[in-house]
Structure formats: C-alpha cells, structure tokens
Ligand binder design. Sequence first.
Ligand code: NAP
Length: 282
Amino acid sequence: MQIISGKELSAKLKAEMAKDVATYKEKYGRLPKLSVILVGEDPGSVSYVTGKAKACEEVGILNETIRFEEGVSEEKVLLKIAELNADSSVDGILVQLPLPKHIDEDRVISAILREKDVDGFHPLNVAGLWSNTPCVVPCTPKGVIKLLKSQNIEIKGKNVVVIGRSNIVGLPVSKLLLNENATVTITHSKTQNLPQVCSQADILVVAIGRAKFVTPDFIKQGAVVIDVGVNRDATTGKLCGDVDFEACAPKTSYITKVPGGVGPMTICCLIENTIECFLSKF
Ligand code: NAP
C-alpha cells in the first residue's frame, strides 16, 4: 500500500508554477490576480480562504480577499462581482461557498464572467465540461486526476466507482474520469448494495461528507482509493475523510489521506486555473 500525498504533489506543482510566474512580469507586463469574496465569519470558510491566499503568495500571484458581513445584501455582492468582472487586472474571481441562505448562490455564480470563473462552477463552464469544449475545469476533480496521474495509475479501461453526485465533486470528477476512458459508475444515497457495487471498483473516488463511511467491505483487494471527504471525527474532533483510513488502507494499492490528500490539490488547481485564465488573455 502506498499513500498518495497531495501535500507533496501540490508543493512540487506550486514550485513549478512559481518559476513560471516569476517570468510573467517581464513577459506580460503584470502578474495574475485572484479576487476572493468571503461572506460572513464561518470558521471553515475563513480557513479555506486563508489557505488560498497563502498558496497565491507561495506561487507569487496577486490576491485580495473582499469580506462582507453575514447580512450583506445579494445586490451588494452582485455589484462587487460586476466591478471585478470589469477590472482588467483581475483574472480570477472566487466566491467562497456556502453563502448565507438569503443569497441565491446560482445567481451569484452566474454573475461571474465565465472567463474569470476559476472554480469552474459557472453554467457555461459546466456546459463546456460536458460538451467537451474549452472550459475552466473545477479544482477538486482536476486535483483528483492529477493525484492518479502522479503515480502513473492507469485509468483507461478501469472500473471506477464514484460515491457522490454533487455538481462540485461527484459529477465533474465522473466526467473527467470518463474523458480518461474509465468505465464510470456514479453512486449516491439511493444506490442499492453500495458496498457490493464499490467492491467491483479498480479505482474508488469517495465524495460524500460522512466521517469514515467507507469500510473495508467496500474495497476490492488492491484497489486505488481517493478520499475527497472532509469531516470532523465525532470522538477525536480531528479532521477525517469519508474513508476509514486505518481499516481500509491495508486492502488498497494506493490511497489518499485526510488531511494532506485531495485538499491541497484543490488549492493547487485553483492557482493553476487562475494562471490559465490570466494566460488566456495574451
Ligand atoms: P454534497 O453536495 O453534500 O454531496 C454528497 C453526495 O454524497 C450526494 O450525491 C449524496 O447523494 C451522496 N451521499 C450522501 N449520503 C450517502 C450515502 N449514505 N450513501 C451514498 N451516497 C451518499 O457534498 P460535496 O460538496 O460533493 O462534498 C462531499 C465531501 O467532499 C464533503 O465532505 C466535502 O467537505 C468534501 N469536499 C472536499 C473538497 C476538498 O478540496 N478536499 C472539496 C469539495 C468537497 P444524493 O445525491 O443522493 O443526496
């Protein structure tokens, strides 16, 4: 069994991006810039946004965090997005989700110019992904593919089972895996005999949001397991994935850990998307 470290891979990729970015000022006259909108004080969201800002600094791209109080009106957020859309020095706009209930997330995401939608959540980017036309690819799914490729794990022709069908993870990662010629089964909360379905998988991608939900009976001997989940262990209070790592790891050939697996790759791909949005202007 080998652990695929997203922490190590993302450090390597960020160092490579930093080298390129260091040449941009001279080549293009300016640096890429990411603007992040954060509404409210949710500790999880604050920590994600802080992590994103830190990664921008590591790679040498400009970043700003625009903070609004929890009660801010939707109109005010939309106005800020319009301002950032019009600002030619801003290459990427990210609205940290979730937003408070009184703000319509779909309306806010749709207001971002698709060319600046570094999360890849804009309907036109979603359509691009599913119709195989140029688009911004969502960060977490992109990171999952990079983790697999970093170990030269063959995807073509493999049976891949994805648990979860969200717009953010399950669906786009399934499409990316299909693009890599895997045979993909998408499962969800209504799937019957889930452990049995999963136990057929050469590669199992888990994106549910339930601590240690996946147990060894879900796993085929020698399978590759990618754990996207981020949860708090009810007993220890520590971060943990959707996979019971200690129990499952011995059955796998490769497995990711939480933290240190998919999470750092999501941030790394966000930086990559920002750079791609920047480069597409030249
Ligand atoms: P989500 O929108 O809540 O979707 C969860 C999916 O899991 C749904 O499709 C749901 O099925 C399915 N599910 C729930 N209970 C299930 C069960 N008992 N059996 C089988 N399927 C079940 O969550 P998400 O946004 O995709 O996120 C999933 C997890 O990944 C969360 O822990 C989140 O924090 C984490 N995440 C991590 C990163 C990262 O960078 N590491 C990024 C994004 C998300 P239905 O569709 O039938 O309801």
